[in-house]
Design a protein around this ligand. Structure first.
Ligand code: PLP
Ligand code: COI
Length: 359
């Protein structure tokens, strides 16, 4: 790819910091930007100083939410080797989201080149303390300057990088999730499987209400029968019952999580039976009532593995196991982190190194 590079002077770059990072609050000095137009396709690819966009108030993303994004992480292994985790999966998902939202795709190899070159330039900002990572946020937005309600004729793709700590401030402490009965996140034929901004916007009201009631996040049920567990606000959900690992089957309503896929592979490797099918919340309640539900946890890039201490359904708590992190969640957490930090063998080729000095 032909990428123009315009760097911030070395002495003007802020010093990397690792304390109180929070999630997605601070950004590295550089960003990647490129533009798509009907006649030209993708062009004007550049790495430039992190800066606000100047976009028209008529820009289509501001009115019709034609937007998609991804979320992944870069890790600093021993000897300052910087790596990503299965970024080709994110690039492929970005293209599936683009296809659903009528937006232009970007070849997976180009996305990988963009990511490695940008991360290489800002490699000093990949945190050094275990558990802190460089969160990578690629996004694409419609930027036609006309109010017609149709797909844009101009798009901007950009990537920003954020040195980040845990998504949940309490780290591995079990979360309390509210099973949402009033609002829905996704419907058949809709965009639930796409990583598009509107899915998140539509989820905020329920999430705000749940947080006000003392919960950490919402669990979404299917939009038709309001029974089947889909996923949580920023993670897929798994249950361990009768020694088997259950998670909702992919379809229109569930984001095909890369952590989900990785955990299913690790589960099979450890001889755990995995079952992907619609999971009725009443069934989960029954499992818990009968003492068969030993664990529940969320999986996601930002959230990693997040043990669930309580699922609150219609005011009644469903408590998996003893409400603490269970052995399978712990194993998944440690195995994934071990692979990501290069302490465990990368048996599946999940690790994607960011070569030093690609420019
Ligand atoms: N579900 C939703 C709604 C998400 O936002 C995320 C986070 O990306 C996930 C699931 C987990 O996906 P992944 O494991 O690819 O990060
Ligand atoms: C991620 O896990 O990468 C996400 O995108 C979650 C996010 C919406 C904060």
């Amino acid at each position: 790819m032909n990428i123009t590079i315009n760097l911030v002077d070395k002495e003007k770059r802020p010093a990397p910091t690792e304390e109180n990072l929070g999630f997605g609050r601070i950004f590295t000095p550089h960003m990647f930007v490129m533009t798509w137009e009907t006649e030209k396709g993708w062009h004007d690819a550049r790495i430039q100083p992190f800066a606000p966009f100047e976009i028209s108030p008529a820009s289509s993303v501001l009115h019709y939410a034609q937007e998609i994004f991804e979320g992944m992480k870069a890790y600093r292994q021993a000897k300052d080797r910087i790596v990503m985790f299965r970024p080709e999966m994110n690039a492929a998902r970005m293209n599936r989201s683009a296809a659903r939202m009528d937006m232009p795709e970007i070849p997976v190899d180009d996305q990988l080149e963009i990511l490695t070159r940008l991360i290489d330039i800002d490699r000093d900002y990949v945190p050094r303390t275990r558990g802190n990572t460089l969160y990578i946020r690629p996004a694409m937005m419609g930027d036609s300057h006309s109010l017609g309600a149709h797909s844009a004729s101009r798009f901007i793709y950009f990537v920003i990088l954020s040195p980040s700590g845990s998504y949940y401030p309490r780290g591995l402490a079990p979360t309390r999730l509210k099973v949402e009965r009033r609002y829905v996140r996704a419907v058949k034929g809709g965009v639930g499987f796409a990583k598009t901004g509107g899915n998140y916007a539509a989820s905020f009201k329920g999430t705000t209400e749940a947080i006000a009631e003392g919960f950490d996040q919402v669990v979404w049920l299917d939009g038709k029968e309001n029974r089947y567990v889909q996923e949580a606000g920023a993670m897929n959900i798994m249950f361990v019952a009768d020694g088997k690992l259950y998670t909702g089957a992919l379809g229109d309503g569930i984001l095909p999580g890369i952590t989900r896929d990785s955990v299913l592979m690790l589960a099979k490797e450890m001889g755990l039976e995995t079952i992907e099918r619609p999971i009725d919340i009443q069934e989960v309640k029954r499992w818990a009532d009968e003492g068969r539900l030993t664990e529940a946890f969320g999986t996601g890039t930002a959230a990693a593995i997040s043990p669930i201490g309580e699922l609150n359904f219609a005011g009644e708590p469903i408590i998996p196991g003893d409400g603490e992190i269970g052995p399978i969640a712990r194993h998944m957490y440690e195995t994934l982190l071990g692979i990501q930090y290069g302490e465990l063998e990368d048996r599946y080729g999940w690790i994607y190194p960011v070569p030093d000095k690609t420019i």
